[in-house]
Design a protein around this ligand. Sequence first.
Ligand SMILES: *Cc1c(COP(=O)(O)O)cnc(C)c1O
Length: 387
Amino acid sequence: MISYGKQTLDKTDIDAVIEVLNGAWLTQGPFVKKFEDDLKKNFKAEYVCAVSNGTAALHLTALALGWGENDYVILPPITFLSTANCIVYAKAIPVFVDIDSYTYCLNPNLVEEKVKYLRKNGKNVKAIIGVDYAGHPCDWESLRSIADYYDLILVNDNCHAIGAEYKNDFCYSLKYADVVCHSYHPVKPFTTGEGGAVLTNNSFIDKKVRLLRTHGVIKNPKEIDHFEGPWYYEMVDIGFNYRITDFQCALGSNQLKKLKKFLKRRRQIALKYKNAFRKKIPEILLPKCANDINHGYHLFPILVDFDNYEIDKVTFFRKMYNTGINLQVHYIPLHFQPFYMENYGYKKGDFIVAEEFYKKEISLPIYPGLTNKELSFVIDSINKYLK
Ligand SMILES: *Cc1c(COP(=O)(O)O)cnc(C)c1O
């Protein structure tokens, strides 16, 4: 079965993990720090805290930023559940704002309108979470100027776009956002199995994230007034066990070395798709690139208007599945989820760009290990059913 996304592992990855398994530390050992240092260097971050998954990274970000009751946080409806859930974990209120039809990311004009509207109505708008959907960076320059003007915190849910470039900069994420969250799930740009990280240049945010990663416990004698002995620790906040293991981090460090190579192959696959469909099925809407970005192609989202075909989306998916290709849709708009409808009053029709997008969107297989033969098979199969 060819899936929309998948990890790409080689012998060096397996050897890196085995080395840790043969060593003294499975968790809380030196490979966590090494992975964090590698991430710092690669993405020009002053502080990096590696955690158990991307959702944990977002959760700790929400808590470290002090979001709470009656705080409003803006995000797009086209993203994974976690982007909104982290706001709810912190008891704050998620405010969806529609996407832009060119980038498929937050529309900055609508963000500003929404901030103005909420402020005028006495609401406490705290932050914006931008999602670099599919690997296409948001319009970060505009989002940053809105955040500065209205005194908001800017978070980048960068899970799709690790390694993408904005204004020729591989390290753009922390240049604009105050906090950046990563996920290293197997389908993401590189993997640790499960895993994630919080990147920031703010020492207070990093300190809080670190504290909450391990039960809100401090052990450093310098930070404790009445240190009682080598066994001693104090719980000063209510935290979690959101740690990542050493063998995952060893895998992460080794995968990170190959990130640029992975991205090169993803871009090559994207180009092959684009050339093939432009020629064979020009009606398909292909993912676009703003001219100052280099797409990461975590996903290859195409838009198909099934009103113009005899086949419907469900049948198309089933036929593709039966030939061995497991497509996916990213995403069901979050304001369609029963939880968000029932608890926050969202309804169908609220965000028309996102809804049109959902109706048409299909994520095609794209990952570094996808062979040219498999790629041709995918293209030919789509061509067969969408002709
Ligand atoms: C994958 C993903 C997450 C969650 O990451 P996990 O590691 O699966 O918890 C959050 N946001 C986006 C946009 C993602 O793609």
